[in-house]
Design a binder for this molecule. Structure first.
Ligand SMILES: *Cc1c(COP(=O)(O)O)cnc(C)c1O
Length: 383
């Protein structure tokens, strides 16, 4: 398919071709480690499944298509994808990263890559004070997560990409919270976009997978090399499940956003709630930029109950019946999490609270249930 497809069509057809063997409409699950060669070195483009696999390739083409990229890569997890990106760097290089980022990314950066001589600075990217403080000739990468987890701060990708280009620094965006339906970082000037496809892309809480999409050929070749050399690839079954998920991404994101709007408005109007963080609310500090940068505001909400502490917030969570207490997000079912003791437990309390992740903060991944049931559930738990 050569014609440039609109997003909703790309989600279903982008980068896909009908299976050449039997005409299967969905790419078959090529559950094979190796491929027969008619003569040594003579094959159909597939030699060994760490290097290439047709099901994974179908997914990689799909992710490239929906991120409006030339190249797509899929990995065994979101963190494996991030790991591959950081491996583009060398000892002595420096990275400037968003401060309220996914706890696992923070752990990977500080506990693994700092041991290999890469230096990370964690900064608020709401303004550009960090430039004069931290950018120097060793700075090689800006790592941006937007909206951030769990405060839902939105970072202006276009602005930061201009600065990155000016200073010749790579810009990578973790687009997990938005999904390409809501926000396409490459179109805004980013060099690399990464996803934990475990979340919205796969969308059904049944797979762990990560993706990268980009346009630069040299960079893509380096990443394919790392993917094969380090070997953190995803299997054909997980590739298939993610590809199936992507085909309904546009519909799901629309409903996630609609439901989140109802839930955020309910929480905001509830007298027992102190603060609600959802970029769609006009009083959210990032509302303006979110409105400009995103097509809608997504399904992630955080909130702080009035006069609450660690244990009373945990009480509210335990009273919820439809929202399941669980890590992760982006699936069809609504989940509730406690960042301080779950996703962000690996970030020191002091560091955590600097970015607003207090002990009473509760995070919701608003699913696709009837919003009235979700609101009733929250209402009884808060009361
Ligand atoms: C979950 C998540 C990751 C890590 O992805 P895994 O698939 O769990 O390895 C990275 N970034 C963000 C924003 C996430 O939510």
């Amino acid at each position: 398919m050569n014609k440039k497809l609109r997003f909703n069509s790309a989600a279903i057809h982008g980068g896909q071709k009908i299976d050449p063997a039997y005409g299967a409409v969905m790419p078959p699950i090529y559950q094979t480690s190796t491929y027969s060669q008619t003569s040594p070195g003579v094959h159909k483009g597939f030699e060994y499944s760490r290097t290439h696999n047709p099901t994974r390739e179908a997914l990689e083409n799909s992710i490239a298509s929906i991120e409006n990229a030339k190249y797509g890569l899929a990995f065994g997890s979101g963190l494996a994808a991030i790991d591959a990106i950081i491996k583009l760097l060398k000892p002595g290089d420096e990275v400037i990263s968003t401060n309220d980022l996914y706890g696992g990314s923070y752990r990977l950066f500080t506990k693994i890559f700092e041991n290999f001589g890469i230096k990370f600075h964690f900064v608020g990217m709401g303004n550009f004070d960090f430039l004069s403080k931290h950018v120097n000739n060793k700075t090689k990468l800006f790592w941006v997560e937007t909206p951030t987890n769990p405060m839902m701060n939105v970072i202006d990708i276009k602005k930061i990409s201009k600065l990155a280009k000016e200073y010749k620094i790579l810009l990578a965006v973790d687009n997990t919270f938005a999904s390409p339906y809501l926000q396409q970082p490459l179109n805004l000037g980013a060099d690399i976009v990464m996803h934990s496809a475990t979340k919205y892309l796969a969308g059904h809480s049944d797979v762990i997978l990560g993706t990268i999409a980009l346009n630069d050929k040299v960079l893509a070749e380096k990443l394919y090399f790392i993917q094969n050399a380090s070997g953190a690839v995803c299997g054909p079954m997980d590739s298939f499940l993610t590809l199936r998920g992507i085909k309904t991404l546009h519909l799901r994101m629309q409903r996630h956003s609609e439901n989140a709007k109802k839930v955020a408005e309910f929480l905001e109007s509830n007298s027992k709630i102190k603060t609600v963080f959802w970029p769609g609310l006009e009083n959210h500090p990032s509302h303006k930029i979110a409105k400009k940068q995103m097509n809608d505001f997504g399904g992630m909400i955080s909130f702080i109950p009035k006069g609450s502490d660690f244990s009373s917030s945990v009480q509210i969570m335990k009273k919820l019946k439809i929202f399941t207490i669980a890590e992760s997000l982006g699936g069809v079912e609504s989940l509730v999490g406690h960042p301080a003791s779950m996703t962000h437990a690996s970030i020191p309390k002091e560091e955590r609270e600097k970015s607003g992740v207090v002990d009473s903060l509760i995070r919701l991944s608003v699913g696709l249930e009837d919003y009235r049931d979700l609101i009733e559930d929250l209402s009884q738990a808060i009361d």
